[in-house]
Design a protein around this ligand. Structure first.
Ligand code: ZN
Length: 435
C-alpha cells in the first residue's frame, strides 16, 4: 500500500477513538521537560511504534541553552489546621508549578498567597504554570477554592527534587526509498493537558502506525520531544543531517472541534502549498497564517540559522481557546471526531508530498488522441468525470518536465487526488514519463 491510498483505507472514526483512548491513558501522567512522567509517556508511545530513545545529560550545552537539572516530584500538598489537604497534587498534577523546588514548612495564608496562582476570570479552573529556569515553588488552584480558604496557619509541602539527570526524547524513524525526510514533531512536556500536548502525541503515534507498513518515498522522522529545550537538543545533535529535511510539520492542538489552521513556514515551502491545497479542497472553513516567531517548536526549526521547511497544522491555535493551559483542557475538550478529521488532513497532506512529481509527456506535439487509447472510457466509473477529464488535459499540458503535479493542481483548481489519478492513468498508457 502506498501512503496516498491511506486516506481511503484508514477508518478515521476508529482511529479517532483510538487516539482519544491514548489521550485518556496518558492524561494522568505528570510530564515535564525532564523526568519520570516524560519517560513513562515515551514508554507508552514505544508500545505502539518503534521508538529510538535519547537521553541528554544535565548541563549539556544545546545551542544557546543548557539542559536543566532533572525534576522529580512524588507528592505536594497544602494542609489546613485540621490536617486536611486543601490543595492536593495527587488530585491534579496541575496543582504544582512545574519545576518547583522542594519546600516543607508552616506559614500563614498571607505568606502563602504570593505562591498561589489562580484564574479569577475562570474561577473553576486550575491554571498551568512552569518555572523551568528560575528557582521557585508554587501551587495552582481554582480561584473559587482560594476564596474559601480561611486565614490561619497552613502546612505546605512539595516533595520534589532537582538533580543531575538527563532530558529524554524519542524518535521514530521510518526509512523510505530515499534519504530525503519528512519531519513530524510534537511536544511531550505538558502534564495533564489534552489538546495542547496529548492530541499531538496521539496523532503522531497513530500516523506512524499507519505509515509503518506502507511503501514510502520519503523517510519519516517523528520527533517526540519536550518543547523548546527538547527541540533545541535534537537540533544541536543532528545539525549535519538537517539538509535531508524536505518537508516538516509541527503537530499540536489537533483534537478540539475548532477550525483547522495552518501556519506557514518562515521561508515558504512546498509543504505550505501542499497543506493549503488540501485545506482548500476540504470544502469546510480553514485559516492560513503567515509565519511568526512564536508558538511551538516551529520557532526553533525556522530560526534563521536552520530555516527548515516546517509549518504547523493545528485546529484552534494555542492560546486561542479559553481552556488553553488550564485544567479545562481535559479529555472532554478533545473529541474522537476532531482527532480523526485531523488525521485525515495529515494523511492527505502526506499523500501530496509523496506523489508530487514532475513528468514529461511522450507525445507533446498536439494533444494525444485520448479516445483512441480508451482514456475517456477509463474515466467512466469515476465520480467526477468532467474534473477527471480536465485533470488529464492539464497534466498533459504541464508535463513539460518543469511543472509538478502540485503545480498542476494549483493551476487547474483541482484537488490533488484527481490530478494524481489522472497522471497515474496517463502513465499507464505510456503518455507520461518521469522527468
Ligand atoms: Zn503549551
Amino acid at each position: 500500500m502506498r501512503i496516498a491510498d491511506l486516506g481511503r483505507s484508514v477508518d478515521l472514526a476508529a482511529a479517532g477513538r483510538e487516539m482519544h483512548q491514548l489521550i485518556e491513558e496518558l492524561y494522568p501522567l505528570c510530564r515535564s521537560i525532564t523526568g519520570a512522567g516524560l519517560r513513562a509517556t515515551l514508554d507508552r508511545i514505544a508500545q505502539d511504534v518503534p521508538l529510538g530513545r535519547h537521553e541528554v545529560p544535565t548541563g549539556t550545552r544545546v545551542l544557546d541553552w543548557t539542559v536543566p537539572r532533572e525534576w522529580s516530584i512524588r507528592d505536594a500538598w497544602v494542609k489546613n489546621a485540621r490536617g486536611e489537604r486543601v490543595i492536593d497534587f495527587l488530585r491534579s498534577n496541575l496543582h504544582v508549578v512545574q519545576y518547583s523546588v522542594p519546600v516543607h514548612r508552616r506559614m500563614s495564608l498571607a505568606e502563602l498567597r504570593p505562591h498561589l496562582h489562580t484564574l479569577p476570570e475562570r474561577p473553576g479552573w486550575i491554571p498551568y504554570r512552569t518555572s523551568y529556569y528560575e528557582e521557585r515553588w508554587g501551587f495552582c488552584l481554582e480561584h473559587a477554592r482560594l476564596a474559601e480558604l480561611p486565614e490561619g496557619e497552613y502546612e505546605v509541602c512539595i516533595d520534589s527534587t532537582l538533580t543531575e539527570g538527563s532530558l529524554s526524547y524519542g524518535e521514530c524513524v521510518l526509512r523510505g526509498e530515499t534519504a530525503d525526510e519528512v519531519l513530524l514533531s510534537c511536544h511531550v512536556c505538558h502534564p495533564s493537558l489534552c489538546n495542547d500536548n496529548l492530541s499531538g502525541i496521539a496523532l503522531c503515534t497513530q500516523l506512524a502506525r499507519h505509515l509503518g507498513p506502507c511503501a514510502r518515498r520519503y523517510t519519516y522522522r517523528f520527533l517526540f520531544a519536550p518543547g523548546t529545550i527538547g527541540a533545541l537538543a535534537w537540533l544541536s545533535r543532528n545539525e549535519a543531517g538537517l539538509t535531508a529535511i524536505r518537508h516538516g510539520l509541527v503537530v499540536a492542538c489537533v483534537g478540539d472541534p475548532g477550525t483547522p489552521h495552518y501556519k506557514r513556514s518562515r521561508r515558504g515551502a512546498d509543504v505550505d502549498r501542499a497543506v493549503e491545497l488540501v485545506l482548500r479542497h476540504t470544502g469546510g472553513p480553514y485559516e492560513v497564517r503567515p509565519f511568526s516567531p512564536y508558538g511551538y517548536d516551529e520557532r526553533q526549526y525556522c530560526s534563521p540559522g536552520f530555516d527548515l521547511p516546517v509549518g504547523s497544522l493545528t485546529r484552534t491555535p494555542h492560546g486561542e481557546f479559553p481552556e488553553y493551559h488550564t485544567s479545562a483542557d481535559d479529555p472532554s475538550l478533545v473529541t474522537a471526531e476532531a482527532l480523526g478529521a485531523s488525521l485525515g488532513l495529515y494523511l492527505e497532506v502526506l499523500a501530496v508530498l509523496e506523489e508530487d512529481r514532475r513528468y514529461r509527456g511522450t507525445n507533446p506535439k498536439g494533444e494525444p488522441q485520448l479516445g483512441r487509447r480508451g482514456l475517456y472510457g477509463a474515466l467512466g466509473g469515476l465520480p467526477h468525470r468532467r474534473q477527471a477529464e480536465m485533470a488529464m488535459l492539464w497534466v498533459l499540458n504541464l508535463a513539460d518536465g518543469r511543472h509538478s503535479l502540485l503545480d498542476v493542481a494549483e493551476r487547474a483548481g483541482l484537488d490533488f487526488r484527481t490530478v494524481h489519478e489522472a497522471a497515474t492513468l496517463l502513465r499507464e498508457h505510456g503518455l507520461l514519463e518521469a522527468a
